[in-house]
Design a protein around this ligand. Structure first.
Ligand code: GDP
Length: 201
C-alpha cells in the first residue's frame, strides 16, 4: 500500500439545476441541501478518501452560479484533474448541452490532450419518475464521445454518488501513473489553490 497522497481538483459542470451542488454536498457531507451552499457561496469542498490503497484529497469545485459569471471560467476550470459532466435524466436539454460543456471545459481549462482527459458523465435525479433521457441514449453518447464512464445518480437518495466520484479518482490516478507524476499534497502547485474560497468540512 502506498503512503503517497495527492490533491486532485475535480470540477462538476452542467446546466444550472441538474444537481451539481446537491451531488457535491451529498458526497462530502452526506446531506441533501444544496440551498445552503448557494446561500453561503461555497466554491469548493475537500474530501479525503482512499482508493485502491492510495490516499487522495479531492477538491471538488462547484460551478453553481458560474453560469451568471462567465468571466470566471478560466480560474475555475484551470488545473482540473477530472471533469464530471452532469445532466439530469428528466431534462433532455441538459443532456444535449453536455457537448457544449465539454467543449467549453477543454477550451478554458486549456486541456492539452482532450482525448485522454478523464471525463466522467453523471445522469442525476435517477429517483424521478418522468425520464426524458434513457440509459441507452446516455451510454451511447459516452461511448461515442471517448468511452467515458457513465453513472446514473441521485443526490436525493445517495444512489451511485460515492462510486461515481471514486471512479473519477481511479481514472485520474491511472492517468497519472501512466505519466508517472503523482503530486504530493504538501507541494501542490499554486494554480491548484483557490485565491478566496470558502471551505467547510
Ligand atoms: P445545480 O444548479 O446544478 O447546482 O443544482 P442544485 O444542486 O442546486 O439542484 C437543483 C434542484 O434539483 C434543487 O431543487 C435540488 O433539490 C434538486 N435536486 C438535485 N439533485 C436531485 C436528485 O438527485 N433528485 C431530485 N429529485 N432532485 C434533485
Amino acid at each position: 500500500m502506498s503512503s503517497k497522497s495527492s490533491l486532485l481538483k475535480v470540477i462538476l459542470l452542467g446546466d444550472g439545476g441538474v444537481g451539481k451542488s446537491s451531488l457535491m454536498n451529498r458526497y462530502v457531507t452526506n446531506k441533501f441541501d444544496a440551498h445552503l451552499f448557494h446561500t453561503i457561496g461555497v466554491e469548493f469542498l475537500n474530501k479525503d478518501l482512499e482508493v485502491d490503497g492510495r490516499t487522495v484529497t479531492l477538491q471538488i469545485w462547484d460551478t453553481a452560479g458560474q453560469e451568471r459569471f462567465r468571466s470566471l471560467r478560466t480560474p475555475f476550470y484551470r488545473g482540473s484533474d477530472c471533469c464530471l459532466l452532469t445532466f439530469s435524466v428528466d431534462d433532455s436539454q441538459s443532456f444535449h448541452n453536455l457537448v457544449n460543456w465539454k467543449k467549453e471545459f477543454i477550451y478554458y481549462a486549456d486541456v492539452k490532450e482532450p482525448e485522454s482527459f478523464p471525463f466522467v458523465v453523471l445522469g442525476n435525479k435517477l429517483d424521478v419518475s418522468e425520464r426524458q433521457v434513457s440509459s441507452e441514449e446516455a451510454q451511447e453518447w459516452c461511448m461515442e464521445s471517448g468511452g467515458y464512464p457513465y453513472f446514473e445518480t441521485s443526490a436525493k437518495d445517495a444512489t451511485n454518488v460515492a462510486v461515481a466520484f471514486e471512479e473519477a479518482v481511479r481514472r485520474v490516478l491511472s492517468l497519472e501513473d501512466r505519466h508517472e507524476h503523482l503530486i504530493p499534497t504538501d507541494t501542490v502547485n499554486l494554480h491548484r489553490k483557490p485565491r478566496s474560497a470558502t471551505q467547510c468540512c
